[in-house]
Design a protein around this ligand. Structure first.
Ligand SMILES: Cc1cc2nc3c(=O)[nH]c(=O)nc-3n(C[C@H](O)[C@H](O)[C@H](O)COP(=O)(O)OP(=O)(O)OC[C@H]3O[C@@H](n4cnc5c(N)ncnc54)[C@H](O)[C@@H]3O)c2cc1C
Length: 389
């Protein structure tokens, strides 16, 4: 039972329901059998395996913690486990599902009109349509409240002008949730890709999150009907509520990336022999690295499990989500770096997962609030004093 004791050291499995365990196993099988055979080529080419999108939809993994409109209606722990297993494969796979579920389906579900929900949610849940979320701009990342995007009221709806940067799923997307400043404050709009003036340009040269579609969106005098305004959006806070959903999933996802690195490093250390015929796992310095990994993974697993239970009870706070995102991504990055070192020269090859996870996690620690921004959020929570400026 090495697997059980190594990967679930505190028997967290026993705290999961049958449905939660089954969900995790289904996603694990999908990732192992259908995604892993593709990931190396996708990463080399810098492509997301878009052919898997209908299958991801069929498995019910998109917007899985939302109810109705074709969504799976799972609890937040099951949803977290989905994110964990997707990111055990690759952060790009989890990013696809996070954006679709938390940043596109969630705002339509939470702030959309009945017609918008009926039109978009079933298609997005089934993977028959793809969505993206445009908040960041070239000059406004950590401070999206400074955005230049504008939406002005015109006789037949709204005219939008915006330049959105670093948009996951951007070129794949049929629909973009765009945040823009209006006379009444920041609002969210649905912009369909066929809208004249809408252009999504792929961002090339990424050394991180390569198996993910990242684009710049140019929105040049796009006119959308009044029916495309998300009526429930009201200021930047609405966008931040979406980010909070995504950050929750990322905190779980980071555990998956860390588990993949730990498992790989442990197996390698037991098999790799140096000095006197002994495996490198027999050396204290290697064991110390593995113990650090196991300790941090176990702490991270306990954090997200309790976070998920709080979310299911409707008691989770933004600061609690920030703490888990900040900690788990930071530790996963440390773990991926140690795993790569244990693998020696082989660790830089894409035959192994460690270096891919390490590079990916450099994005994950930056997006959805950088590590330092989450530090400031928590600093404000503790002291009551904002230190952003
Ligand atoms: C691959 C990828 C995918 C992404 N996908 C999306 C997406 O789908 N949609 C979307 O809208 N955005 C997306 N983003 C954008 C992401 O959310 C931003 O990159 C992030 O918010 C940081 O913004 P920035 O890159 O402009 O960095 P900046 O805000 O310029 O920050 C640079 C550095 O300065 C630090 N810093 C900034 N302000 C402070 C301060 N007050 N105090 C201390 N330090 C500070 C930051 O912590 C960071 O280390 C994506 C990014 C990447 C890399």
């Amino acid at each position: 039972m090495t697997t059980f004791t190594s990967l679930d050291f505190y028997n967290i499995d026993a705290s999961l329901s049958d449905e939660e365990r089954m969900t995790r196993e289904t996603v694990r099988q999908f990732v192992e059998n259908e995604f892993m055979p593709l990931v190396r080529e996708c990463y080399r080419k810098g492509e997301f395996p878009a052919q898997l999108i209908p299958r991801i939809g069929e498995l019910g993994l998109l917007g899985a913690n939302l109810s109705g409109y074709g969504c799976a209606g799972l609890n937040n722990v099951a949803y977290g486990l989905i994110n964990q297993e997707l990111e055990r494969g690759d952060s790009g796979l989890r990013s696809f599902a996070s954006v679709q579920g938390s940043l596109v389906m969630y705002p339509i579900h939470a702030f959309g009109s009945e017609a918008q929900k009926q039109e978009w949610l079933p298609k997005l849940a089934a993977g028959e349509a793809v969505g993206c979320f445009g908040l960041t701009e070239p000059d406004f990342g950590s401070n999206p409240g400074g955005m230049r995007a504008r939406a002005e009221k015109v006789s037949d709806g709204w005219r939008l002008n915006a330049n959105k940067m670093w948009i996951t799923n951007g070129t794949l997307a049929d629909i973009a949730v765009i945040w823009a400043r209006t006379e009444e404050g920041i609002r969210g709009f649905l912009v369909e890709k066929e809208t004249p003036g809408f252009d999504a340009r792929p961002i090339h040269g990424k050394l991180s999150l390569r198996a993910s579609d990242t684009a710049e969106l140019i929105i040049d005098n796009c006119v959308v009907p009044e029916a495309n305004l998300l009526p429930g959006t009201n200021g930047l806070n609405s966008a931040l509520k979406c980010l909070m959903q995504a950050r929750y999933g990322i905190a779980w996802g980071a555990v998956g990336a860390a588990l993949s690195c730990y498992e790989e490093a442990l197996n390698y250390a037991k098999g790799r022999v140096q000095f006197g015929g002994k495996p490198i796992a027999s050396h204290q310095l290697v064991q110390e690295k593995l113990v650090f990994m196991l300790t941090e993974i176990t702490k991270a697993q306990l954090l997200v499990l309790q976070l998920g239970r709080l979310k299911d009870e409707g008691k989770v706070t933004n600061a609690q989500v920030s703490l888990a995102k900040r900690n788990n991504v930071h530790q996963a990055l440390e773990i991926s770096r140690l795993a790569r070192q244990i693998l020696g020269a082989n660790g830089i090859l894409d035959d192994y997962a460690a270096m891919r996870h390490l590079c990916n996690l450099e994005t994950v620690i930056t997006y959805e609030g950088t590590h330092d921004i989450h530090t400031l959020i928590l600093g404000k929570e503790i002291t009551g004093i904002p230190a952003f400026e």
